[in-house]
Design a protein around this ligand. Structure first.
Ligand SMILES: Cc1cc2nc3c(=O)[nH]c(=O)nc-3n(C[C@H](O)[C@H](O)[C@H](O)COP(=O)(O)OP(=O)(O)OC[C@H]3O[C@@H](n4cnc5c(N)ncnc54)[C@H](O)[C@@H]3O)c2cc1C
Ligand SMILES: *[C@@H]1O[C@H](CO)[C@@H](O)[C@H](O)[C@H]1NC(C)=O
Length: 459
């Protein structure tokens, strides 16, 4: 059990950050029998953010950790979603919601369910504990108040602005803009009850996406209209900060969509306040593990996703399951083997989930631009293609690949030469492999044209 002192021979784990990734890691580690302590700098969590998707790939793992019904209840109950033309709301494609984000609900509600389960398992989350430095070799962390805590492994689940990432990389780099920002609002549906034009999207759970040139708007109605949410993505031309508190100018929003489908304009028109949120992104990094092999990154700290991937929390959950299982298979005396197999198993999978989000965003933003006069949109061109991500079982995959990958890593560690996650001369893959609905790779792959990002090699 996690609470109290670690038992003899028990693996001691420190997790930095109690976001969805940190909580998932805490559960996964606990279920493998490790002693877990989580350090979170925030004193008390607020219900921040809005819509977040949890895919079946994450839910099947969370179920093994006793967290399933609670999550399904939070999500949107609509069977389908519509993709519409911005100007008149014409439906361009309809597809099952489960091909998209999976279960879409309020991030704050999901986070609370994760925190409740962690507490139920008796795992210690130390709130209001800010980690400010590390000792890589021990390994240990030091808090703002000077106290030091040691473990066998330290996991940096400290989000997109991660400080652990700086330690692992060996230098500081800032999150960068994805080139897009969004206005987002989440509010009680009451204020829309008297607006006739938006009733069709208020009455019951539904998801609609309006797409236009370089822009799209996602609308999400929960609990039969009790809660309403829209997120308008647009080109980022201002230098706003990455922040969940930056208010947006509703007059500007109303002006920017005034010529859109009146059904959504009427709802946005009535909205009283919104946030202006920069969509930040990170280039893939060549290692997720510190030089000592005892500090590992997990979640947004090493694999942030675009909102159009709808996989940020789900991929963090997969990473949690894989790292926990690798630690179990390697054993307390072999932490470096575990962390290095973990990053090798995870990197390409995460990369594909990230590229999937870039692909759908680019298809939505360009589809109507490139349309020849008089031509109809092919529904396949605007559908989200996430289903192949969901059939994956991260634990099963780890067990299948363990022997092969651990043999490679053992050799690398013995030679003192760990291969980076990608070749610095070519950069990480920019090819989105195509998969069928069952997760089988299709023969033809599609290149996503994108300028090569410069990549700095580290150790
Ligand atoms: C406020 C907020 C709102 C969000 N809203 C949405 C949304 O609406 N939709 C969506 O799809 N995604 C949203 N996300 C992103 C989504 O939550 C993540 O993609 C996913 O949960 C995986 O994140 P993570 O656990 O790796 O990091 P995060 O969720 O960012 O959690 C990191 C945690 O680490 C803590 N931390 C950071 N540094 C330290 C330190 N030095 N010491 C101790 N603790 C530290 C932070 O306080 C935070 O609680 C949001 C993230 C945040 C932080
Ligand atoms: C939205 O508001 C603007 C100005 O406030 C108004 O001109 C317009 O008719 C409204 N549109 C809808 C669909 O309600």
């Amino acid at each position: 059990m996690s609470s109290g002192q670690p038992r003899d021979g028990q693996i001691r784990v420190i997790i930095i950050g109690a976001g969805l990734g940190g909580c998932a890691a805490a559960m996964a580690m606990h279920y493998q029998g490790f002693h877990v302590t989580v350090f979170e700098k925030i004193k008390k969590f607020l219900r921040l953010g809005d819509s977040l998707g949890l895919g079946e790939n994450a839910l099947k793992l969370l179920k093994r950790w006793g967290l399933h019904e609670q999550l399904v209840k939070i999500g949107n109950r609509s069977p389908n979603m519509n993709i519409r033309r911005w100007s008149d709301g014409k439906i361009l494609a309809t597809q099952p919601l489960m091909d998209m984000a999976g279960y879409i609900g309020h991030r704050g509600d999901y986070h609370q369910a994760f925190l409740d389960r962690v507490a139920e398992l008796g795992i210690d989350i130390k709130m209001g504990h800010n980690v400010i430095s590390f000792n890589e070799e021990k390994p240990s962390i030091t808090l703002e108040d000077g106290r030091e805590f040691e473990a066998d492994i330290i996991i940096g689940a400290d989000g997109i602005k991660s400080q652990t990432r700086e330690l692992v990389l060996g230098f500081a780099d800032k999150p960068k803009s994805s080139g897009y920002a969004c206005y987002r609002a989440y509010f009680k549906g009451d204020i829309l009850r008297s607006v006739p034009q938006c009733q069709p999207i208020l009455e019951r759970d539904c998801v609609n996406i309006w797409i236009g040139p370089d822009t799209h708007l996602v609308q999400n109605t929960l609990r039969d209209g009790e809660e309403f949410n829209w997120i308008l993505t647009h080109k980022d031309d201002e230098d706003i900060q990455e922040s969940w508190f930056q208010p947006g100018d509703m007059n500007k929003v109303r002006e920017s969509i005034k010529d859109w489908d009146p059904m959504i304009v009427s709802a946005v028109n009535e909205t009283r306040e919104c946030l202006d949120w920069k969509i930040c992104y990170r280039d893939p990094i060549p290692t997720w593990v510190s030089k000592s092999h005892k500090i590992a990154l997990l979640g947004d700290s090493c694999h942030a996703h675009l909102p159009t991937s709808a996989q940020g929390a789900s991929q963090a959950t997969e990473s949690a399951a894989v790292l926990a299982l690798c630690l179990k298979l390697a054993g307390k005396g072999n932490i470096p083997l575990a962390t290095r197999v973990y990053e090798k198993l995870r990197f390409e999978r995460v990369r594909q989930a990230q590229l999937n989000g870039e692909d759908v965003r680019d298809r939505w933003h360009s589809c109507l631009k490139n349309l020849e006069e008089g031509k109809e949109v092919d529904p396949e061109d605007v559908k989200m293609k996430n289903r192949w991500l969901y059939v994956f079982d991260a634990e099963k995959e780890t067990l299948e690949k363990w022997d092969r990958v651990s043999a490679i890593v053992k050799k690398e560690l013995a030679e003192g030469k760990v291969t980076p996650l990608f070749d610095s001369s070519t950069g990480p893959t920019r090819n989105l492999e195509l998969y069928d609905a069952y997760g089988n790779r299709k023969a033809d792959t599609k290149l996503i044209p994108k300028k090569q990002q410069p990549v700095t090699a580290v150790h």
